[in-house]
Design a protein around this ligand. Structure first.
Ligand code: GLC
Ligand code: CA
Length: 563
């Protein structure tokens, strides 16, 4: 494998709106990010992924782009961004942009023009269909956010046709069949690379291609959340035949002719079909992050699940591909609340999850706040929620007769807002996020959970992340080692080796709230091992010399000498 910088990178996702507000308007902004670059440097990350910071009506917090070549005024200006980019580069931190290529905002100039007339030069930038003979929608597809009638098609009176929107009514899908649109996108991508960015995170890239003829989905409507018979079928526009041609052209026109990294958001990507996108020979994209291990819909995982998914993805790497390691992002709940224990074992379980993500094969992505163990939030009023899924699902449930309490109980833990409450910098008012009124309520646990606390304590989660990131730089087995699980049937323990020519690492974790018992036959005793890190206070003996692991204990060892 020819190593590229991104094989060794640790990416940090910034959700600008909730990161740091510099001017007291309650909204995070670029100058806020600039003020925090030194602490990101201290953490050790070397690449930032910005969730969309383009000009946008903010229907979906920036995933509805109204100008791909300008910065959202709430966040700052292009000049601020240039300054940020130069400062980051000076610190050895690369920056990648979130590219939303499936849809734009309906306030984008292209759509404003397109909807004016059927013969507008921009008409075919979007996807239009005439009504059926009875005036109804072209097919039974539902929109993901369950807006309006629930359909993925919106009737536009002026030209008497429907346009497709897989997500919000205010986010019309772009038409990748149309060459002038594609050319315009390539130009825009080159413009960003000329500006100095280092690559792109590709929003729902598997959904750019739509099935020919827009056939109805056969999937039955989901009873609680259905709207008027429109069906939200996550497969309907995902991995459709022809998608690879689109990506290959993006590669030959942009990604392959410039120095840049591409990280795809892998809706519908599994270890089984991933090589179709990330096999280097295919010339499409570099890596995708998938939702097989953790996602908005997976509320707990088991060691068995972890072993299976990691083994499969290690295979993708072995076959000329690459992988991403992550357990949460701006679209999910908080990882320590879902996959750890956010009460009694918050600190050790957050560290354990970090250990798993940073020692399995692939490039880790940290989501802001994860490095201080930020937890889920519970609002008592739907008005405090902002996420389009949360509100859409809630309204659908209310419509079908579910009580507000029950509906909240269902949508709350699934809400993307769990990840979107403002960053907790310190214990002062509004956690130091803003001096004004924050755009979203804070998590009430901020007086205890905040960066200032973590920086003051030697065994904080933040410190542990620092160590994990350093370890990646010092141990080649983490990047290129083969992955081999041990104790493959244990219900609590996750244990594996990472082996390359230079070294062998052993990772062991008790993925549970209870002590785990090791029997003599379980133990790796064929060598002398040096402990590189532990998430436990005090020095416990080497695991070969004891018969238990504490709840949520995680350790990494390096083989010094074979016996
Ligand atoms: C991706 C984004 C998500 C957004 C959606 C529509 O899933 O990560 O935040 O709502 O695409 O753009
Ligand atoms: Ca601001």
């Amino acid at each position: 494998m020819k190593k590229k910088w991104w094989h060794e990178a640790v990416i940090y996702e910034i959700y600008c709106r909730s990161f740091c507000d510099s001017n007291g308007d309650g909204i995070g902004d670029l100058r806020g990010v600039i003020s925090k670059l030194p602490v990101l440097k201290e953490l050790g990350i070397n690449c930032i992924w910005f969730a969309p910071i383009y000009k946008s009506p903010q229907i979906d917090n920036g995933y509805d782009v109204s100008d791909y070549q300008d910065i959202e005024p709430d966040y700052g200006t292009l000049a601020d961004f240039k300054e940020l980019l130069d400062l980051a580069h000076g610190m050895g931190i690369r920056v990648i942009m979130d590219m939303v290529l499936n849809h734009s905002s309906d306030e984008h100039r292209w759509f404003q023009e397109a909807r004016k007339a059927k013969d507008s030069p921009y008409r075919n930038y979007y996807i239009w269909q005439p009504p059926k003979s009875d005036g109804s929608e072209p097919n039974n597809w539902g929109n993901y956010f369950r807006e309006g009638s629930g359909s993925a098609w919106e009737y536009d009176e002026l030209t008497e046709e429907y346009y497709l929107h897989q997500y919000s009514i205010k986010m019309p899908d772009l038409n990748w069949e149309y060459e002038p649109l594609r050319k315009e996108i390539y130009k825009m991508l080159h413009w960003w690379l000329d500006f100095g960015v280092d690559g792109f995170r590709l929003d729902i890239f598997t959904r750019l291609k739509k099935p020919k003829g827009f056939p109805n989905t056969e999937k039955a409507p989901n009873v609680i959340l259905d709207r008027n018979g429109f069906v939200v079928d996550t497969a309907m526009c995902t991995n459709v035949e022809g998608i690879h041609d689109i990506l290959h052209e993006l590669y030959t026109e942009v990604f392959g002719v410039r120095e840049c990294v591409t990280v795809g958001e892998g809706a519908g990507v599994t270890s089984q079909n991933a090589l179709g996108y990330v096999d280097r020979e295919r010339e499409e994209i570099n890596m995708v992050y998938h939702f097989e291990l953790a996602s908005r819909h997976i509320h707990s995982i088991t060691p068995e699940h972890f072993r299976r998914i990691q083994t499969n993805w290690a295979d993708v790497i072995r076959h000329n591909g690459w992988a991403v390691q992550h357990m949460s992002n701006h679209d999910s709940a908080r990882q320590v609340s879902c996959y750890g224990n956010d009460e009694k074992f918050r600190v050790s379980s957050a560290k354990l999850l970090a250990t798993l993500i940073h020692t399995t094969p692939g490039t880790p992505i940290i989501y802001q706040g994860e490095e201080i163990g930020m937890v889920n939030v519970k609002f008592d009023d739907i008005k405090d929620y902002n996420c389009c899924y949360t509100i859409g699902d809630y309204n659908s449930m209310i419509k079908s007769g579910v009580s507000p309490e029950e509906a909240l109980k269902f949508v709350g833990p699934r809400s993307r807002d769990n990840a979107r409450t403002p960053y907790q910098w310190d214990a002062s008012e509004n956690a130091g996020f803003t001096t004004g009124k924050p755009w979203m309520k804070l998590n009430p646990r901020y007086p205890a959970i905040n960066l200032e606390n973590d920086l003051a304590s030697e065994d904080s989660i933040f410190n542990y992340y620092q160590e994990m990131i350093k370890m990646r730089q010092e141990h080649p087995a983490i990047i290129e080692g083969e992955l081999r699980f041990l104790m493959e049937n244990h219900p609590q323990i996750i244990m594996y080796l990472r082996e390359c020519e230079q070294e062998t690492l052993l990772i062991i974790a008790n993925y549970s709230n209870e002590k785990a018992i090791l029997s003599p036959s379980d133990v790796v005793d064929s060598g002398i091992w040096q402990r590189l890190i532990t998430n436990q206070a005090g020095m416990l003996p080497f695991i070969g010399n004891r018969d238990f692991l504490l709840p949520w204990e995680a350790e990494v060892y390096c083989l010094i000498k074979t016996r």
